[in-house]
Design a protein around this ligand. Structure first.
Ligand code: HEC
Ligand code: HEC
Ligand code: HEC
Ligand code: HEC
Ligand code: HEC
Ligand code: HEC
Length: 262
């Protein structure tokens, strides 16, 4: 009799203890993970998203080419370069040559002396800088854009939402409208105690084309992509194809795992 009463009194306490233990384990799991994961070093805000293009320039006796994403994405969405102009989303993977540029391909699609400075002698050194540091003076002009904690420290989604930057989605089709696909979902984590990552097609489609993600990076079906794990993301796969180098970086855990604490 006494035993039963004892149990009845203890039960809520036990529930609380289990909850506390689980919360504690969850906290440990997350802290341990952030230490175990080998996060890549973060460059300075003005260098984040800069690429040093040196597939040929070095061997041809000219300096390597510095390209800044932040200076171009204020005007153009990713889609313009990575869909319409055939730039590969990987440093030194596109077959850019001086001749192709002069013929209006790659950089030359815009750097033609009309839309932007052209391929004439006085401008060679603007691109062939030999450095990926980026133009600090010009970066300062972006100070007024909404802030984020990592990467360029610019919240590019908010900057676009508020109309402070107006990147165009196409230079080939003047009437192009991004596909109105509003679907949002959670990508479940493989670990029970880790909150899921949020994914919104809508925020991505303002910048990207379906083909930037499907079918190479993700299957077109929820939870169908295999091996979608942090360790692979950190190797540049899946979300890591963009969120290590150009889109806000992987250090910003809570921007994907919005329910993650600590
Ligand atoms: C708008 C930017 C830009 C401008 C301006 C520019 N280049 Fe380049 N150039 C590039 C890029 C990007 C590459 C590819 C680099 C690589 O893959 O190593 C390149 C490659 C080259 C190469 C090596 C590949 C090849 O095709 O031989 C040479 C040489 C070169 N440029 C010379 C010049 C000269 C000379 C000028 C000025 C008359 C110039 N570039 C102006 C962006 C530019
Ligand atoms: C004006 C053209 C342009 C725009 C706009 C642009 N990119 Fe790029 N991107 C490039 C070039 C050029 C490279 C280097 C390609 C090469 O070296 O072969 C590159 C490379 C990349 C890489 C590989 C970086 C690395 O270090 O390996 C990623 C990821 C990427 N872009 C993502 C994006 C995303 C996301 C956006 C939109 C927010 C975007 N790009 C907008 C031109 C552009
Ligand atoms: C879709 C159009 C577009 C493409 C493609 C493009 N640019 Fe630009 N770029 C511009 C515009 C517009 C400006 C600003 C106007 C100006 O400076 O003449 C600019 C400015 C720049 C600047 C000066 C600002 C800065 O970032 O320091 C550099 C350097 C540059 N581009 C390099 C490149 C290189 C290298 C490539 C190819 C790998 C490239 N751009 C491809 C449109 C483009
Ligand atoms: C760009 C979005 C993004 C960012 C930023 C991000 N994650 Fe993830 N994370 C994911 C996705 C997607 C998954 C789902 C993969 C799975 O586990 O099935 C995931 C899964 C996880 C998992 C489950 C186990 C695993 O290895 O997949 C842990 C733990 C985790 N993330 C921790 C972190 C920590 C800590 C950070 C910050 C240092 C972080 N994540 C930043 C997208 C992100
Ligand atoms: C930034 C990357 C990205 C872009 C761009 C993108 N998707 Fe997706 N899409 C995903 C991810 C991630 C998933 C989930 C895959 C998984 O869980 O295995 C997904 C899933 C889907 C699904 C399955 C959804 C469901 O409810 O089962 C469809 C349909 C889809 N995408 C269509 C599209 C279309 C159409 C476009 C272009 C208008 C597009 N996607 C652009 C990343 C992207
Ligand atoms: C092809 C490139 C690419 C891939 C792959 C990609 N993203 Fe993104 N993502 C972007 C860009 C570009 C933005 C705009 C913000 C920025 O550049 O910092 C963005 C923004 C976001 C945001 C902020 C949305 C908002 O409304 O504020 C989240 C969350 C996010 N991505 C999660 C993910 C997750 C999770 C995955 C993998 C399942 C993923 N992304 C894969 C390019 C990509």
């Amino acid at each position: 009799m006494g035993g039963k009463r004892f149990c009845a009194l203890r039960m809520p306490g036990a529930g609380l203890w289990i909850a506390l233990t689980l919360a504690f384990l969850a906290a440990i799991a997350v802290v341990a993970q952030s230490n175990i994961f080998d996060l890549p070093p973060l460059p300075k805000p003005a260098s984040y998203g800069n690429v040093l293009i040196d597939r040929l320039a070095g061997t041809e006796g000219s300096k390597a080419v510095g390209f800044s994403h932040w200076s171009h994405r204020t005007r153009y969405s990713c889609r313009v370069c990575h869909f319409e102009l055939d730039f590969v989303m990987l440093a030194n993977a596109s077959e850019i040559t001086e001749e192709a540029n002069r013929n209006g391909r790659f950089c030359g699609a815009c750097h033609d002396g009309q839309i932007a400075f052209g391929h004439t002698d006085e401008h060679c050194s603007k691109c062939h800088t030999g450095s990926s540091k980026g133009n600090a003076k010009q970066f300062k002009k972006l100070r007024k854009l909404p802030r984020a904690s990592f990467g360029n420290k610019i919240d590019w989604v908010e900057a676009e939402d508020s109309g402070m930057v107006t990147p165009i989605a196409s230079i080939l089709e003047p009437d192009f409208e991004p596909f109105p696909f509003k679907e949002e979902f959670e990508v479940k984590a493989a670990w029970i105690l880790v909150p899921p990552a949020d994914f919104s097609h809508n925020s991505h489609l303002r910048w990207l084309d379906c083909s930037n993600c499907h079918p190479d990076l993700f299957k077109i079906e929820q939870e169908a992509t295999e091996n979608l794990l942090m360790k692979n993301i950190l190797q540049g796969q899946f979300c890591g194809a963009c969120h290590l180098t150009v889109a806000f970086p992987i250090q910003d855990c809570k921007r994907c795992h919005t329910k993650m604490r600590g």
